[in-house]
Design a protein around this ligand. Structure first.
Ligand SMILES: C[S@@+](CC[C@H](N)C(=O)[O-])C[C@H]1O[C@@H](n2cnc3c(N)ncnc32)[C@H](O)[C@@H]1O
Length: 619
C-alpha cells in the first residue's frame, strides 16, 4: 500500500521545463498515463531493513525494489547521490534466465574429495529459471524509461553525473528522452564500449559495441582525468614509429611548422570516448553467475572518472552488483537497487567477499511477491482459479473463467512490470468501465478485477457504484491473497551439538534433511519438459537424494538477535561445483552438511538453490 506520493520535482523552476516534457510524452502516449503519474508523484512504500552486514552506519544500501519506489524512498529520506550508472533492460526482445545448479550431495562430495577424483562437469545438473523479461513495446518502454529517469534525476545532487548504458535496440530514442530530462546542454559525451565477445554473422557487420550516454545535472560536474588517464604507449591504435630520447624514454614525434613535438609513451593522457574493454569470458573469475553482468573495469573508469572518495554512487538496475563492488573497492558509498531477489542475493554475497559494510532493505511495493516480477506474473496466472487464457478476449484482459449462471467472466490482472497499471485507482477503473468493458466482443454480466495495490478500496467501490453507465457486477480481488496460500516454507531437520572440550565451546549444526517443495516443483517440471522434448530417449532426469541437501545454496547463523534485522555471524555458501565459501572466504573444500559457530546461534537462515530463504528459530 502506498504511504504517500513524493513529488518528482523539488521546485517550480524545474516544473517549467517539465511542461515541455509532458507535451512530448503525451505524443508518445495519448492516454497521458505518464503525465498522471508525474503529477501524482513517486509512490512511497513501507521499507524494511532486513539485514545488516558489518558496520550498520556505513550508509551503503542494497535495496530490493523498483527504481521509482527506491527513488521515492531516497528522496523522502533527503538522500542525494553524486553519480548514477544504470544499465536498464535494453528492449532487446530477450528473456533472461538464471541457470540453477543442483549442488553435490555432501555425502557423495566427501567420497569424491577422499579419492581425489577429477570433477566431471557433466555430472553437475542444472536447469533454468526466468529472471527478468526484456520484451517491450517501444512506446511502453520509453514511457517507463521516462518515469525512471525523471525519478532518478530528482535524487541527483547538483554536481552529479548519470551514465546510461544502452545499445542499438533503443539507444537513439533514449538519447532524446535524456535531452529532455537533463537538458541538451548537460549532455557531456557518448561513450562507445567496444568488445570482442559473441558470434559474427555472415550478412552484416558484427555488432560489437554498447553506447553509454553521460549527462550531468548541471554545468558543474566531476571529472578526474588523471585518475582514469591511460599511458600514451598503451593505446592500441597508436602505431606511430617510436624513438628513444636522451633519458632512454620511448616517444614518437610530429613536426609542425618546423618544430618537433614529442609524445612520450609514459605520459598519462585522457582516454578517448571509445573504450576497448573486454567483456567477461565464460570462465572469468569475476563472473558471479548473472547473465548480463558487466566487467568491473568498465565501472572502474566511470566511477573513478566521475566521482570522488566518499561520494555516493547509485545503480538502480544493479544486477550482479558490479557498480556496488567497484564503488566499495574505491572508497565510495553505494546504493544498489534491483527488483530481482537473485540480484540482491548475488550482490550481497559478492559484497561480503570484499568485506563491505551495508544494509539490505526491502521495499514493500508489491512487485516482489515472488522471486522477481516475471515469475510473480507467471505464478499469478497459474493460480487464478479457472482462468482460461485465450485470444478471444482482447489484450487488456488476462482471460476469463466460466460461471454456470453468468457465462464468460473476463479477468483483469495488473501487469507488475508496467507501473502505469499497477495501482488500481479511479483513472484505471474509469478505463475499465468506459473502454475495456464496452470493447468486449461478447455479453458480460460480471468482470473480476485483480489488484496488487489500490488507492482506497471503499472509494473505488463507491466510484463503480456511482457510475451510471455501468450495469454489470465488478468484483475487486486482492492478488496477494492467492499468493499467500501457496508459499510453503522449506522443511529442515537438524541437530545442534556443543563441543565443550574447547575453552570457548563450538556450536555444530548438522543438517540431516532438507526439503523444498518450491525447488522440487521446478525440477519436476524441468524433468517432464525435457523428457517430452528428448527425441533420442537418453535424457537422465534430475533425481535428488533422500536427504535433499543438494537443494541448499547457503546457510547463515544469526547469533545476535532472535527477531528483526538479520546479522550473519557465521555462514557457509556452496558454489555450483560444491566448493564452500565460509564467511566470505572461498575454499576448495566440499560441504560436509554442517555449519559451526563460536557463539550460540539463535536463528538459522537457509537459502535454497532457487533463492527462496527460510528462517528457523533455534530455541
Ligand atoms: C541489464 S541488467 C543489469 C546488469 C548490471 N549492470 C550488471 O553488471 O550486472 C538489468 C537489471 O535491471 C533489473 N530491473 C528490471 N526492471 C527494473 C526496475 N523497474 N527497477 C529496478 N530494477 C529493474 C533486472 O532485474 C536486471 O537485474
Amino acid at each position: 500500500m502506498v504511504i504517500k506520493y513524493v513529488p518528482y520535482f523539488p521546485d517550480p523552476i524545474e516544473g517549467q521545463a517539465i511542461l515541455q516534457n509532458f507535451n512530448r510524452t503525451l505524443k508518445y502516449k495519448e492516454s497521458g498515463d505518464i503525465r498522471k503519474n508525474l503529477v501524482r508523484g513517486m509512490p512511497l512504500y513501507e521499507v524494511e531493513n532486513i539485514e545488516s552486514v558489518g558496520r550498520s552506519d556505513s550508509g551503503n544500501m542494497v535495496i530490493r525494489g523498483e527504481c521509482v519506489s527506491t527513488c521515492a524512498y531516497l528522496k523522502n529520506k533527503g538522500i542525494e547521490v553524486d553519480l548514477v550508472y544504470i544499465d536498464p533492460p535494453f528492449a532487446s526482445g530477450a528473456d533472461y534466465a538464471k541457470t540453477i545448479y543442483v549442488r553435490r550431495n555432501p555425502r557423495v562430495a566427501e567420497v569424491i574429495s577422499k579419492v581425489k577424483q577429477e570433477l566431471d562437469d557433466d555430472e553437475i545438473k542444472s536447469f533454468e529459471e526466468k529472471m527478468y523479461g526484456d520484451v517491450w513495446d517501444k512506446e511502453k518502454y520509453l514511457n517507463w524509461m521516462y518515469e525512471n529517469l525523471i525519478a532518478i534525476r530528482s535524487i541527483m545532487g547538483e554536481t552529479a553525473s548519470i551514465y546510461v548504458h544502452i545499445d542499438w535496440h533503443i539507444g537513439h530514442y533514449v538519447k532524446i528522452l535524456m535531452d529532455e530530462i537533463f537538458g541538451e546542454s548537460n549532455f557531456i559525451n557518448e561513450i562507445i564500449w567496444h568488445y570482442q565477445s559473441g558470434g559474427r554473422p555472415e550478412d552484416n557487420y558484427a555488432k560489437k559495441h554498447d553506447t553509454i550516454y553521460w549527462y550531468s545535472k548541471s554545468s558543474k560536474y566531476t571529472f578526474n582525468s588523471k585518475d582514469v588517464g591511460e599511458l600514451r604507449g598503451d593505446r592500441k591504435r597508436n602505431n606511430m614509429k617510436r624513438s628513444i630520447d636522451e633519458n632512454g624514454k620511448s616517444y614518437y614525434s610530429i613536426m609542425s611548422n618546423g618544430k618537433e613535438y614529442r609524445y612520450h609513451d609514459d605520459e598519462k593522457i585522457t582516454p578517448d570516448d571509445v573504450w576497448d574493454i573486454s567483456h567477461l569470458q565464460q570462465q572469468d573469475p569475476e563472473r558471479v553467475g548473472y547473465v548480463t553482468q558487466k566487467p568491473e573495469k568498465l565501472l572502474e573508469r566511470i566511477i573513478c572518472g566521475s566521482s570522488n572518495r566518499g561520494d555516493i554512487i547509485a545503480d538502480f538496475f544493479g544486477g550482479s552488483g558490479a557498480t556496488a563492488s567497484v564503488a566499495s573497492k574505491n572508497n565510495r558509498h553505494f546504493i544498489h537497487c534491483d527488483v530481482g531477489m537473485n540480484s540482491i542475493q548475488i550482490t550481497r554475497d559478492r559484497l561480503i567477499e570484499i568485506e563491505a559494510n551495508f544494509n539490505i532493505y526491502e521495499i514493500k511495493d508489491g512487485v516482489n511477491l515472488y522471486r522477481n516480477p516475471i515469475q510473480t506474473m507467471d505464478k499469478i496466472k497459474s493460480l487464478i482459479p479457472g482462468l482460461i487464457n485465450e485470444d478471444s478476449v482482447n489484450e487488456f484482459w488476462e482471460g476469463y473463467f466460466i460461471d454456470t449462471k453468468l457465462g464468460k467472466v473476463p479477468i483483469y490482472v495488473p501487469n507488475l512490470m508496467d507501473s502505469s497499471s499497477r495501482i488500481l485507482d479511479e483513472v484505471l477503473m474509469s478505463r475499465i468501465l468506459h473502454y475495456a468493458i464496452p470493447e468486449l466482443e461478447f455479453d458480460v454480466k460480471k468482470v473480476v478485477v485483480y489488484y496488487i495495490d489500490i488507492t482506497n478500496k471503499e472509494e473505488i467501490e463507491k466510484f463503480i457504484k456511482n457510475d451510471e453507465s455501468n450495469i454489470i457486477e465488478i468484483e475487486l480481488r486482492d492478488l496477494k491473497d492467492i499468493l499467500d496460500d501457496v508459499t510453503i516454507d522449506d522443511y529442515v531437520e537438524y541437530l545442534i551439538e556443543v563441543d565443550k572440550k574447547k575453552l570457548i565451546p563450538d556450536y555444530l549444526i548438522s543438517i540431516n534433511i532438507f526439503n523444498s517443495d518450491r525447488v522440487q516443483k521446478k525440477i519436476d517440471s524441468f524433468n517432464l519438459r525435457s523428457s517430452q522434448n528428448n527425441k533420442k530417449n537418453d535424457f537422465k532426469p534430475i533425481v535428488l537424494s533422500e536427504s535433499g541437501l543438494e537443494m541448499i545454496e547457503m546457510i547463515s547463523l544469526d547469533c545476535t538477535s532472535l527477531d528483526g534485522i538479520w546479522h550473519s555471524d557465521s555462514e557457509i555458501k556452496i558454489d555450483n561445483i560444491g566448493y564452500t565459501t565460509f564467511n566470505g572466504k572461498a575454499t576448495k573444500k566440499f560441504w560436509d552438511g554442517k555449519i559451526t559457530s563460536e557463539i550460540r546461534p539463535l536463528r538459522m537462515k537457509i537459502r535454497n538453490i532457487c533463492g527462496d530463504e527460510s528462517i528457523i528459530r533455534l530455541e
